[in-house]
Structures are given as structure tokens and as C-alpha cells.
Design a protein around this ligand. Structure first.
Ligand code: GKR
Ligand code: MG
Length: 436
């Protein structure tokens, strides 16, 4: 079945003012909706990072892949790798997200473009043969995929601007008490069974206090994680690790770089603390795995099909993690339901993915969803794996058109949390990692 078109729609979705070590979320997050049209008229869909550069990348890829058979994914990858001028292996260069936001670097462009095409191809093939995507990935090992509550220090506001502002469902959260309120509200709304706090925003003692308040409020049976995105020195990471020992399921990217992570690991072990270190910023591609393993810098890889090169690459990563005794979990950026379902099918078909996955989905508003039938339900902290063909969803064309209009009106063409931070919080702010 030949691919006859690749349709690409840029969209913007309202996003609340969330904080991280990268800065502040803009009132709109950008995504790209990719549709692969087969010669039989069926269409496969996927969701990718957003903005102007990504749009240009897909326009280039379109020339290359139209005319390929939709089953011919190995050649589609080679064609994309050639088009973007990188070695055809899955691991050509350093793609660290320590300094660049996911989706904003150039080195992983071919993998990101290919990933979106692979998801859309799997959706299309699934629709053709009448099977869900997880079946095409080897079959499901679970019918429900658990996700974790993703807490953020947050300014007031629900995202969007002017007439297009969303209600502030979660409220301001800039203190430990307010984060506990946010956690309780998110658990009440979605039933999450694990909790992650985005740290790297306030001095470590405040974040330690926040984690202790969460432990106190939620009890020992709720696994907790904290992720300062490299904001702490090795020394600070050791101190925080020691203070929170016993309360953490894993400690995510405490310090920049694999060398720093390895030093944290050594220091913690020397103090008898065996909390696993997880990473989605120091380990972002297969090329990072050998050093991560050799130096014991990372014990849990936070995978993301959007930039590792698609769902099949993550299944392969799962085997690699099993081989080296590493854990596997899943990272997320702001996204809508198409991505959530791709993550769900993938997690369902990945046996070694035993942690609840990250998702930003609760931060998005129903008005921005682009799926027929509206938002994907998260019940008891989990998404049910769809039985319907493909990803199991259809696009709502009117909602997609509204997303595009929002993109055209909003004035944002790439993600820059540092600029937003200077604009709204502190004009002299600069991202420095480690900051503490
Ligand atoms: O949305 O601000 C954010 C996060 O910090 C995001 O950009 C990260 O990619 O969720 C991410 C993470 O776990 O590092
Ligand atoms: Mg992270």
C-alpha cells in the first residue's frame, strides 16, 4: 500500500504557567499532527513536537517518503536519514537534553521525524488489517497502562490568553502545602497511584520539604519521584538523595551529564543508599547507553518514542535494558490524546516497562483535544488499551482546525521557557545548571 501523502498540521494548545529548571511554560504548547495517507484512502495519524522548524522538517520528509510502501519502514528510515544527512544508524550524535529542550535540538531531527511517521504508519496499517497498534508491536502484556501524577510548581493561570484563556483548574502552587493540594486534586481527578514532582525550581531545602509533605500526606504506599532536570551539583544531589532516601522510587536527572550522574551514584552507594537514578536528559538515545552502563550513571532509562526513533526503537530499548539490568520508564512533554494513545499502545507491548509512565495530559484542557469523542479517560491512574484498529481514535476535524487557528494566532513558533521566565517572573533570569 503506497503512501500517497503526508499531511502536517501545526497546532497550539493552552498550557498553564508550569515551572522547571528550563524556566516557565508559555501559555501555549506547540504540537504537530502528522497524517499519512495510503493509496486506499485510509489515513494514519500521529502527534509530534511542534513549531516552525518541525514543520519545515516534515515538509522535507514528505518529498522523501511519498511513494514508499507503508510497510517498508526500514527503507523509510534510511530515506529520512539520507535526507537529513546523518549516518543511517539510530545513534549518530549526542542529543542530550541537558541544555536544550526536547524537540528543540537539531541532532535528533531524523529520529523525531521518523518516529512520527512510524506511529502514523502503524495506525494506518492497524486500520487496514483491523488490529490495534499494540498487536502490531508484538501484542499486549497489559490491558491498562498506569501513568503517574506529574506535579509542577505553578503560577496562577490555566493557559491560553485573552478570550482564549482556560480556567485555572489547579490553582497556584508555589509552596509545599500547595503542591500537596495539587497532588490530592490530581489523584482525586485521575486516581494516580504514583507521583512525580518537577523540581529544580526552588532551593533544594524547599523541594525536600515538599517531598516530605507529599510523603506525609500520601503515605508510604504511593511511590514518589523528583526531577530537577540537572539543577543540582553532585554535592547537592548527594545531600538531597540522603535526605530523601527511602522516600524515593527513583531520583530523576539530579545533576547534568553522565559523569555527574555516575558520581552521584557512587556517592550514594558509598553511603549505603541504593535509590535508582533515572534519566531522560543525559540518556536520550542509544548512543548514550554504553557509557551510562559502563559508569553505572543511570539505573532507569526514561524512554520517549517521540525522539528515540519510534515505538519499535523503544521495544528494542526494552530488550537492551533487560540485558543490562536497567529499569525502563516513560518520559513526557506537553501533549494531547494522539500521543497519549501511542504511548499507551507502546507501553502495553513493552514487558520491561514496569514503572507508571509520565504524562502531562492532566495539564491540558478538554477544549484543546483534537480527538472525536474528546479526551482520553485516565481512570484509576491508568489508560485502557484500545481494542479498536490502529491507535483506536479518529481526529475531530473541527477541533484540529481550531488548534491550527490557535497556532497561527498565538505568535509562538518554538518552545523557549527561559524567555517566558524573563517575561513573566524575573527579567534577569538565566538558566544555569547546576544552579544549586
Ligand atoms: O514540561 O517543563 C516540562 C518538563 O521539564 C519537560 O520539558 C521535561 O522534558 O518532562 C520532562 C522531564 O521529565 O524532564
Ligand atoms: Mg525528566
Amino acid at each position: 500500500v503506497k503512501i500517497v501523502d503526508l499531511r502536517v498540521t501545526p497546532i497550539a494548545l493552552a498550557d498553564p504557567p508550569l515551572r522547571s529548571s528550563y524556566g516557565l511554560h508559555a501559555p501555549y504548547a506547540l504540537r504537530t499532527v502528522v497524517e499519512l495517507v495510503g493509496e486506499d484512502g485510509l489515513v494514519g495519524v500521529s502527534e509530534a513536537h511542534g513549531g516552525e522548524q518541525t514543520l519545515g522538517d516534515f515538509a522535507r520528509a514528505r518529498e522523501t517518503i511519498v511513494g514508499h510502501d507503508v510497510y517498508d519502514l526500514a527503507r523509510v528510515w534510511l530515506a529520512i536519514a539520507r535526507t537529513f544527512g546523518v549516518a543511517a544508524g539510530p545513534d549518530a550524535a549526542d542529543r542530550s537534553h541537558t541544555y536544550l529542550l526536547p524537540g528543540e535540538g537539531r541532532l535528533d531531527v531524523p529520529l523525531r521525524v521518523y518516529a512520527a511517521i512510524e506511529v502514523a504508519a502503524l495506525d494506518l496499517i492497524g486500520k487496514m488489517v483491523g488490529r490495534p497498534v499494540c498487536d502490531l508491536l508484538g501484542g499486549r502484556v497489559r490491558d491498562e497502562v498506569p501513568f503517574s501524577a506529574y506535579l509542577f510548581y505553578k503560577h496562577s493561570g490555566g493557559g491560553g490568553v485573552g478570550d482564549d484563556a482556560r480556567p485555572d483548574v489547579w490553582g497556584e502552587a508555589l509552596t509545599p502545602e500547595a503542591i500537596v493540594t495539587q497532588a490530592n486534586a490530581m489523584i482525586a481527578a485521575y486516581g494516580f497511584g504514583s507521583v512525580k514532582l518537577k523540581g529544580g525550581v526552588f532551593a533544594p531545602d524547599i523541594e525536600i520539604e515538599t517531598m516530605r509533605a507529599l510523603r506525609e500526606a500520601l503515605g508510604p504506599e504511593v511511590p514518589l519521584r523528583i526531577d530537577p532536570n540537572g539543577a543540582w551539583s553532585v554535592e547537592t544531589s548527594l545531600r538531597v538523595g540522603a535526605e530523601l532516601a527511602g522516600a524515593l522510587e527513583y531520583l530523576e536527572d539530579p545533576t547534568p551529564g553522565l559523569g555527574g550522574m555516575a558520581a552521584v551514584r557512587r556517592g550514594l552507594l558509598a553511603s549505603g543508599i541504593d535509590v535508582p537514578l533515572a534519566s531522560n536528559i543525559a540518556v536520550t538515545s542509544f548512543s548514550d547507553v554504553p557509557e551510562a552502563v559502563r559508569t553505572d550513571a543511570v539505573q532507569v532509562i526514561l524512554s520517549d518514542h517521540h525522539y528515540w526513533g519510534g515505538p519499535r526503537a523503544i521495544i528494542q530499548l526494552g530488550r537492551l535494558c533487560e540485558t543490562f539490568g536497567l529499569g525502563l520508564s516513560m518520559h513526557s512533554n506537553s501533549h494531547l490524546g494522539v500521543s497519549l494513545l501511542a504511548m499507551t499502545h507502546l507501553a502495553a507491548a513493552t514487558p520491561g516497562l514496569t514503572y507508571a509512565c509520565d504524562t502531562h495530559y492532566p495539564w491540558q484542557h478538554a477544549a484543546d483535544e483534537i480527538l472525536q469523542g474528546g479526551r482520553v479517560p485516565i481512570v484509576n491512574g491508568a489508560v485502557r488499551v484500545p481494542d479498536r484498529p490502529g491507535l483506536g481514535v479518529e481526529l475531530d476535524r473541527d477541533a484540529l482546525a481550531r488548534g491550527r487557528e490557535r497556532y497561527e494566532r498565538c505568535g509562538y513558533c518554538h518552545r523557549d521557557d527561559a524567555v517566558e521566565m524573563c517575561r513573566h517572573v524575573d527579567p534577569s533570569w538565566k538558566r544555569v545548571v547546576p544552579a544549586w
